[in-house]
Design a protein around this ligand. Structure first.
Ligand code: ZN
Ligand code: ZN
Ligand code: FE
Length: 743
């Protein structure tokens, strides 16, 4: 038997994720002895034991590591000089600063806790707040660091002796689980009627019977309160829409399990894995016609699975699917407080399933698709935040302030960048307050004092105003970054790529360096800078912002520019006068406007009740068609002149070709146009990598075909993986650009 000593350095995200107790267990299993301590880039182990056991231990690390741990590299050195360890010790290292550790996102109930929840002999049987080291609330209950029960919403619930024993036992699954509790010492659930009065009885059963009877119930989740109701009766969802004043915007649903989701939607293995994963985002699944039309009018419906024990108990074994939409009033932040819920949801909710554990930090449900088996975010929030993105090098401390409508921010510390949760539209005052509070909260939690602020070029964004004001007050540097450059950089950072690339950035609107509105850009650049290689012919927005709602104004503009008859559009006479007089008709090269205008020309939608509705419905309407309309590219920057395409499209429409085929052909044309722009950009620059970013790349028709076409032309394609392609992901790019210009 030959004994060896191994020095093992594990790099990655291994602090604050239950890694040391995990190692402790593994070491005991293998009969090894030694020490573990945190290092600045991970953890350091010194272990002695049989060589074969040491090797087996190392091989097991990545496979059995805690869910949140990210092991990037394991470095090992063996020696036969023994130190004679006789036990295993966790050493506290000098470099371990108080605020150096990471904070875990909220994690859905784990299998072990689920088992106990349904075991009549367990002391936590049917207890809606059961949790352990591997699951439960984290980010949403933390007030301050170090992460300790007294600094969370659980401070109000001192542990009972039984829970305390588990908490101190390193062999126990609840070792150092700060939110651990039980029916003796933990929070309580209760039910209120429509008037907000407490109803005696089993709160969960009361909520279930209200739901079954067709009522709407407010349910307190992890990061906010939802409104729930049955899905199977269109009238019930209609009632919720009417009360919530949410006419057409899709609702998300929660299903009892993935099999229930598969009844109404297509479900691939990759989608199932994300749906059932411990982060529990809302996954946008393709609807199976004609089901669920009253829930979502577009091609996809957002589905999530129960993630708290309370949800699990609410569904029981007989409810398959419920609408589960954020409780808020027209685009204000999601409600988090009990009193606030009762006050604001009067007349909307027929009952309230609440509890007395406070939500410290609002965090919306994450939302996205599964593309090639990987997550593709529309909104990165609960279950992911506040976990950092780890860059390849150390960064100075910077605050990136994001955009406006889909606001988010990023803060950097060392090699970590911490993207915030989904914040929302800053033009709403409550949302703006939430934005500034969260910036302060993150700076405190992660002990970051930004030495530079970075914002969008747009002077009127409230995030820009915030950054400018704060930079002035604190005397820090302020860096302004062009919107689409930031998108490009976000995609680079998201893929940990630093080289110069071709960037296709497609979105609704962003201020260009020339003072006009951009939005369908083919850029060449990196963190250091960019040039505008290509774009599209600008579209007059008749009536400015109004044209993004009344999209037949865009149809009029496209038809008129193409030299076609547009007289049948309501108010055509007025629009003609406005264009002629140049009255409130700013030009925009946003590709979203082209989608909207074509949706209206094809009569798919002419008036929108939410942003992007025209584009979303056009995508939903598309059927099979491989055709492509004529593509004209000219000028510098190389612009797509869409007039020829519009003429061909209208000709086909008038010949009776169905709109679904024309919608497909329109998107095929944009895809081919983009490929040609990239080929020309490659000829001009010698670059062979294309980064895709911007909100319009949330069109899955395009996202499934464009990368394929680009690859066929020999390009390497980068797309977003960790942050959203829309403006929410933009702050990451701002931060990296700022880091590149700081000394
Ligand atoms: Zn658990
Ligand atoms: Zn207890
Ligand atoms: Fe954008």
């Amino acid at each position: 038997m030959s004994l060896n000593r191994a020095w093992i350095h594990i790099r990655g995200i291994v602090q604050g994720v239950g890694f040391r107790p995990f190692i402790h267990r593994l070491v005991r299993e293998r009969d090894l002895h030694g020490t573990i301590k945190n290092s600045s880039s991970g953890v350091e182990l010194e272990l002695e034991g049989e060589r074969a056991q040491l090797e087996a231990f190392i091989a097991e690390l990545p496979r059995r590591a805690p869910k949140l741990a990210v092991i990037e590299e394991i470095e090992t050195e063996y020696s036969d000089e023994l130190k004679g360890f006789t036990d295993f010790q966790i050493l506290s290292s000098k470099t371990e600063a108080l605020r150096d550790t990471l904070i875990s996102p909220d994690i859905c109930i784990c299998d072990d806790c689920l088992r106990e929840l349904s075991d009549p002999k367990d002391r936590r049987y049917r207890y809606p707040f059961i949790n352990c080291t591997n699951c439960g609330p984290r980010f949403t209950i933390i007030k301050d660091v170090p992460y300790d029960r007294v600094k969370t919403s659980m401070a109000a619930f001192p542990m009972c002796p039984d829970c305390d024993r588990e908490y101190r036992d390193i062999e126990n699954r609840r070792y150092h689980a700060q939110p651990d509790c039980c029916p003796v010492c933990g929070p309580e659930v209760f039910y209120l009627n429509a008037e907000g009065q407490r109803v005696e009885g089993d709160a969960i059963e009361l909520a279930r019977s209200t739901l079954k009877a067709g009522g709407i119930v407010a349910v307190k989740g992890l990061g906010g309160i939802h409104l729930a109701c049955r899905c199977d009766e269109p009238e019930i969802a209609q009632t919720l829409r009417r009360r919530k004043q949410r006419d057409e915007k899709p609702f998300a649903v929660m299903c009892r399990n993935a099999d229930c989701a598969a009844k109404g939607c297509e479900l691939s293995d990759g989608e199932r894995a994300v749906l059932e994963g411990f982060r529990r985002p809302i996954v946008l699944l393709k609807k199976r016609e004609p089901g669920l039309w009253h829930i979502s009018e577009n091609a996809y419906v957002g589905v999530m699975l129960p993630y708290t024990p309370l949800h699990v108990l609410l569904f029981g074994d007989d409810i398959d699917m419920l609408v589960m939409t954020s409780a808020n009033l027209s685009d204000t932040p999601m409600i988090t407080g009990n009193d606030e819920a009762v006050r604001k949801l009067r007349g909307i909710a027929d009952g309230f399933l609440l509890h007395n554990r406070d939500i410290q930090t609002r965090c919306d449900d994450s939302l996205g698709w599964v593309l090639d088996g990987k997550e593709y975010f529309a909104r990165r929030s609960r279950g992911y935040v506040p976990f950092p993105v780890r860059m390849q090098r150390e960064l100075p401390p910077i605050l990136a302030c994001g955009a406006e409508q889909k606001a988010s921010f990023c803060l950097s510390r060392g090699a970590y960048v911490f993207p915030s949760q989904h914040i929302g539209d800053l033009k709403n005052m409550e949302t703006f307050d939430c934005y500034t509070e969260q910036i302060a909260h993150f700076e405190r939690l992660f002990d970051i004092h930004p030495k530079a602020l970075v914002c969008d070029l747009h002077p009127d964004y409230l995030s820009t105003e915030y950054a400018a004001e704060r930079a002035k007050q604190e005397g820090t540097a302020l860096i302004r970054v062009q919107h689409h450059h930031a998108h490009l950089a976000a995609c680079l950072a998201d893929n940990l790529v630093e080289e110069k690339v071709i960037g296709l950035v497609w979105d609704g609107v962003g201020l260009g360096t020339d003072g006009t509105s951009w939005g369908a850009e083919c850029l060449i650049g990196d963190y250091q800078g960019f040039e505008r290689f290509g774009s599209i012919r600008p579209i007059p927005l008749i009536g400015g912002d109004l044209a993004t709602k009344e999209i037949d104004r865009l149809a009029f503009a496209l038809l008129r520019e193409a030299g076609l008859e547009a007289g049948e559009i309501p108010n055509a006479g007025l629009y003609e006068k406005m264009v002629r007089a140049g009255l409130n008709c700013p030009l925009s090269s946003g590709i979203g406007r082209l989608f909207d205008g074509v949706a209206a020309i094809l009569n798919i939608k002419t008036r929108c009740s939410y942003e992007g509705q025209g584009a979303v419905l056009l995508e939903a309407a598309a059927t099979e068609d491989d055709g492509v309309f004529p593509i004209v590219l000219d000028g510098t920057p190389l612009r797509f002149d869409w007039r020829e395409m519009i003429r061909a499209l209208v000709k086909e429409r008038d010949a009776g070709t169905e709109p679904g085929r024309l919608a497909a052909r329109f998107m095929n044309t944009l895809i081919e146009m983009a490929v040609r722009q990239c080929v020309r950009a490659r000829e001009a620059s010698g670059l062979n990598t294309v980064a895709l970013s911007g909100g319009s790349f949330q069109n899955l028709y395009v996202m499934k075909r464009l990368p394929e076409r680009l690859s066929a032309e020999g390009f390497r394609v980068l797309r977003h993986r960790r942050v959203s392609a829309n403006d929410e992901g933009l702050s990451l790019g701002q931060l990296m650009i700022a880091a590149a210009c700081l000394p």
